[in-house]
Design a protein around this ligand. Structure first.
Ligand SMILES: [Zn+2]
Length: 373
């Protein structure tokens, strides 16, 4: 095996590794298919690992995976009510602000002392949650409601998400030139390997091209990253160093920015930006049904006053958001049309229809079915 052959193999291996993305297991993801259609992928519950493994498309494209956030932790004016394991299982815990140690974030996790408060989809959201908790803890009880409401509304701010998306589309266009040039060079190198048995002399023009593309892409990346993630200096430079050490990293430059573009936004707001009207409406309806008919898994005594307040608050903010985006939310949770004339009842959560009267849905523990009117 010649050195050149080995080098090309290494470059390809680096590129394939660059296509693997490891978001937090708590993140909701929006993935783009090769045909350019967006799909939502919610975290599976129960969550067993820290990260998910996502393999992106091999062709350079304008961002293919976006992180968005699950519902925020249940914050009430008196304390925070949370599921350290997140999702529907795991033991729930209530932490009173009066007893809480300072709130901090580490990666995607929010901590108080040595206790895990909750996990977010992104480090950025974990930081925002810990800042909010500190602010609520320090403020007077009369101001706490407004602080929490404003934070929930921030997560659902569709206009802000849409502005961010438009700005990203514009900026990423500049990065696509470098991505495609680098990708083409890599393909040409491998073609030479296959057809001409790799002659180092012929590779020189390609090597020169690579030397021009890297600094150009790194510079554009620096400028674009600065616009969206001003505070993430470390991440920025780490990626730039990676581009110089392993040139195929340049191909994924715009993906790197895309991943956390919507960090801090709830998946509802992102769905409104990325999905079309019909799909985002379906997604909103599904989210609302799941919120109104939560599964009864395990036994957590989350019926405390603080938990009820927090659930009600999040529900109110989501309800208002839906009213603003789609009109009366009640029409989103209407009874479905009968699949066949013989159906007598349906599950209000998953919309499965049944031909015989029964009490509960076979797929949704604890959900009572509803008869068709
Ligand atoms: Zn069901």
């Amino acid at each position: 095996m010649t050195n050149e052959f080995a080098l090309t193999l290494v470059l390809f291996a680096v590129y394939v590794i660059e296509c693997i993305f490891l978001p937090s297991a708590h993140a909701s993801l929006f993935k783009c298919s090769i045909r350019g259609r967006w799909r939502v992928s919610l975290p599976t519950s129960p969550i067993t690992s820290t990260y998910r493994i996502v393999v992106e498309g091999l062709l350079p494209q304008l961002g293919s995976v976006f992180v968005s956030e699950p519902a925020p932790p249940l914050i009430s004016p008196s304390g925070v009510y949370c599921f350290p394991g997140r999702a529907d299982t795991g033991s729930a815990k209530y932490i009173d602000f009066a007893d809480a140690e300072p709130f901090l974030s580490k990666d995607c996790t929010v901590l108080t002392g040595s206790e895990v408060v909750c996990s977010s989809g992104s480090a950025q959201q974990a930081q925002l949650v810990s800042e909010l908790l500190s602010k609520v803890k320090a403020s007077e009880s009369t101001r706490r409601d407004a602080l929490i409401t404003a934070d929930f509304q921030r997560m659902l701010n569709t206009q802000r998400a849409a502005r961010r998306w438009r700005a990203y589309q514009k900026a990423a266009g500049f990065l696509s030139l470098g991505s495609w040039t680098m990708f083409g060079t890599l393909v040409a190198l491998s073609a030479m390997l296959a057809v001409f048995r790799f002659q180092a002399v012929a590779a020189w023009p390609l090597a020169i091209l690579i030397l021009i593309v890297i600094p150009h892409t790194a510079y554009v990346f620096y400028r674009v990253h600065l616009i969206f993630f001003r505070r993430k200096v470390g991440d920025r430079w780490k990626q730039i160093v990676l581009m110089f050490l392993t040139p195929p990293a340049c191909i994924r430059a715009s993906d790197f920015i895309a991943h956390e573009l919507f960090a801090g936004f709830h998946s509802l707001a992102v769905s409104r930006v990325l999905l079309d009207d019909v799909e985002s409406r379906d997604f909103a309806a599904r989210t609302l049904r799941e919120m109104m008919y939560p599964l009864d898994i395990g036994a957590h005594n989350d019926s405390s006053e603080g938990a009820e307040w927090a659930k009600g608050k999040w529900m109110t903010v989501v309800w208002e958001w839906m009213e603003h985006e789609f009109g009366d939310p009640r029409q989103l949770i209407d009874a479905p049309r009968k699949a066949t004339a013989g159906c007598v009842c349906y599950c209000p959560r998953c919309l499965t229809q049944y031909l015989f009267l029964r009490n509960s849905c076979s797929d949704c523990p604890g959900i009572t079915v509803k008869p068709f009117c």
